[in-house]
Design a binder for this molecule. Structure first.
Ligand code: MF3
Ligand code: CO
Ligand code: CO
Length: 257
């Protein structure tokens, strides 16, 4: 494992990418409505990214064909935007964006409700709230020298308390000039316990991106080679931020303005 530690100047660069990523999700939020296709969301995000002299990391990444991921309802992650996928009243959709600004990546996602809130099921609302709380709680507990297991325990405890499960097939990751770097950031404590303890320390930039499921934690990949769905067809929700730890040991959420 090779961890690529960053200088404060590099973390400043990461923060510029993160700020654009945040803006892109606000743009997604204002775009999402009943009747729009997931491809339209991706195109709007891509056009805005280019207008800021940045590029979309997902586009062409290991052959991924679009500028962001759009994961609707039982899709856990890596949903491919499509002109044929039209959003419906009561859907939940995760939009995951990663612009590259001056060579640095900012990776963030949120799960949104489509249409009128009153048409979203109570289970979906609880699940989405839980996924957001899992991310926020995990971030609030990060301190210099804490371990990935500490993060995983916080997320797993909170999800299980509400009767939800934590996906283990996909993890957070180090990030910088490369989209995915060491270390893997596990969200599930059962898996994290099996890894050697890795302290999170100054110079590290990484994502936390828990995927929380209504039913089974297990996933499968569709024939397109990308779309990960829940094995039981039940709902999944996710939130993601990119985090940096500066030389003075402060924890900086890089994907905020
Ligand atoms: N943004 C995703 C992550 O959080 C990765 C997407 S890879 C893609 O790590 F190719 F599907 F875009
Ligand atoms: Co990520
Ligand atoms: Co992401």
């Amino acid at each position: 494992m090779i961890i690529n530690y960053k200088t404060d100047q590099e973390i400043d660069d990461m923060k510029r990418a993160g700020a654009l990523a945040y803006e892109l999700l606000d743009l997604a939020a204002s775009t999402i409505q009943v009747g729009i296709s997931t491809k339209e969301i991706s195109d709007i995000i891509h056009d805005y990214t280019l207008s800021k002299k940045a590029t979309s990391a997902p586009l062409g990444y290991m052959g991924f064909p679009e500028a962001c991921c759009t994961s609707v309802n039982h899709v856990v992650c890596h949903g491919i935007p499509s002109k044929d996928h039209i959003l419906k009243e009561g859907d939940i959709i995760n939009v995951d964006v990663t612009p590259i600004v001056n060579g640095f990546h900012g990776d963030t996602s949120r799960t949104f409700f489509v249409g009128d809130d009153s048409q979203v099921s109570q289970t979906a609302k609880n699940l989405v709230r839980c996924a957001k709380e899992c991310l926020d709680l995990a971030i609030s507990k990060i301190h210099h020298g804490c371990t990935i297991l500490d993060i995983a325990k916080t997320i797993t405890k909170h999800a299980h308390k509400q009767g939800f499960s934590v996906v283990r097939d996909f993890v957070g990751h180090g990030i910088g000039r490369t989209f995915h770097e060491d270390p893997n950031i596990q969200h599930c404590s059962t898996v994290a316990k099996l890894q050697p303890p890795i302290p999170l320390s100054k110079g590290m930039c990484f994502t936390i991106e828990p995927m929380i499921n209504e039913g089974s934690l297990h996933t499968k990949i569709l024939n397109d080679g990308w779309t990960a769905v829940t094995i039981d067809g039940k709902l999944s929700a996710q939130f993601e931020h990119t985090i940096g730890i500066r030389s003075d040991k402060t924890v900086d959420i890089l994907t905020l303005p």
